[in-house]
Design a protein around this ligand. Structure first.
Ligand SMILES: NC(=O)C1=CN([C@@H]2O[C@H](COP(=O)(O)OP(=O)(O)OC[C@H]3O[C@@H](n4cnc5c(N)ncnc54)[C@H](O)[C@@H]3O)[C@@H](O)[C@H]2O)C=CC1
Ligand SMILES: O=C([O-])CC(=O)C(=O)O
Length: 353
């Protein structure tokens, strides 16, 4: 503090951190694809990293989309976002990855109405292998990666397998959208505000096999914290309709919009990175697709959605006691997951031989 000028000391004391010389260094964020062009304005407005964190955007798309990408860059300049310190818009994957601190991997093919997310596996897996090695070589050390493109867990697993120099802890996939959906629809059912509901869990894959779990969820009421189970008082709804409804929301949105959910996915991607970097609130967990260390009997190495808490930029799997329904679902899924892991790795090897 003693080397600072009197003016700088006054600025710190008064919390006036907007002074140019006191600004934080920009965080470099790569976004591949454009997710209906909903994500980049949220990042540039500070939704992801906070209103005092400058950002530098690296946008990557494929050559046929170069002109559109350039249009997005022009719009970002036109929007005059105070936090946005620069934009690189490129179709060159190496150039896009240089020095990035956070990579949000949305680029890829979406599924069509009436299909499952795994149906885009063959198209998207090859993209993730190429991008893995560019990230490994050119991104900043300790770059945090969020995979959004489907099938998100598998793409993240491929990225992890093909970028061994990136710590496995830094590669995650998005299940926050499912988590937010579960919070949102519980709030609708109870006719309360979504911010009063917490601690749902999404177990497993971002697919129709996921297990949205409200068994540990609670609501803040005027009479203190109450369990969602107790307030809804309808086990059939919780163990049946709620689960299949959340599992099928992605498909329902594609059916209505004829496009995949862009607004809610972009918002969930911001929430995922926000909580990972800045921490989850005390007493609250979120859901993230992270590599399994064997917790809850999930085969180690899989990218799997667990309840996690985050502190100082690190996630840890939270300890939630398992209900009968969860245990039964886990038992059934465990053997099929092991088979899938081996199948995916074998197919990837065959594909690249
Ligand atoms: N995990 C989640 O919660 C969600 C995942 N998704 C997934 O996100 C992906 C993107 O969805 P949309 O934006 O709706 O699709 P879209 O087809 O509208 O856009 C995809 C974009 O990715 C670009 N792209 C394709 N290959 C690329 C590559 N190799 N490098 C960089 N960019 C590339 C395309 O040119 C296009 O701009 C899909 O796989 C979709 O299923 C979408 C919503 C939620
Ligand atoms: O359903 C899809 O294909 C898009 C997506 O992942 C979602 O909205 O959850």
């Amino acid at each position: 503090m003693s080397s600072l000028s009197l003016f700088q000391r006054i600025v710190i004391r008064c919390g006036l951190t907007s002074c140019r010389s006191m600004e934080k260094q920009p965080v470099r964020i790569m976004v591949t694809g454009q997710i209906g062009y909903a994500l980049v304005p949220m990042i540039a407005r500070g939704v992801m990293l906070g209103s005092d964190q400058p950002v530098f955007l690296h946008l990557l798309d494929i050559p046929p989309a170069a002109e559109v990408l350039n249009g997005v860059k022009m719009e970002l300049i036109d929007a005059a976002f105070p936090l946005l310190k620069g934009v690189v818009a490129t179709t060159n994957v190496e150039e896009a990855c240089v020095g990035v601190n956070i990579a949000i991997m949305v680029g890829g093919f979406p599924r069509k109405e009436g299909t499952e997310r795994k149906d885009v596996l063959s198209k998207n897996v090859s993209i993730y292998r190429t991008q893995a090695s560019a990230l490994e070589q050119y991104a900043a050390a300790n770059c945090k990666v969020l995979v959004v493109a489907n099938p998100a867990n598998t793409n993240a697993l491929i990225l992890k397998e093909f970028s061994p120099a990136i710590p496995a802890k830094n590669i995650t996939c998005l299940t926050r959208l499912d988590h937010n959906r579960a919070l949102g629809w519980i709030a609708q059912r109870l006719n309360i505000h979504v911010s009063d509901v917490k601690n749902v869990i999404i177990w497993g894959n971002h697919s129709s096999t996921q297990y949205p779990d409200a068994n540990h969820a609670t609501v803040i009421t005027q009479a203190g914290e109450k369990s969602v189970k107790e307030l809804i008082a309808d086990d059939k709804w919780l163990h049946d309709e709620f689960i299949s409804f959340v599992q099928q929301l992605g498909a329902a949105i594609i059916k209505s919009r004829k496009l995949s959910s862009a607004l809610s996915a972009a918002s969930a991607a911001c929430d995922h990175i926000h909580d990972w970097v800045l921490g989850t609130p005390k007493g609250t967990w979120t859901s993230m697709g992270v590599y399994s260390d064997g917790s809850y009997g999930v085969p180690p190495g899989l990218i799997y959605s667990f309840p996690v808490t985050c502190n100082k930029g690190e996630w840890s799997i939270a300890c939630a006691s398992m209900s009968f329904h969860e245990l039964e679902w886990m038992r059934q899924r465990r053997s099929s997951l092991k088979r899938r892991l081996w199948l995916i790795l074998a197919l990837t090897d065959l594909y690249w031989c």
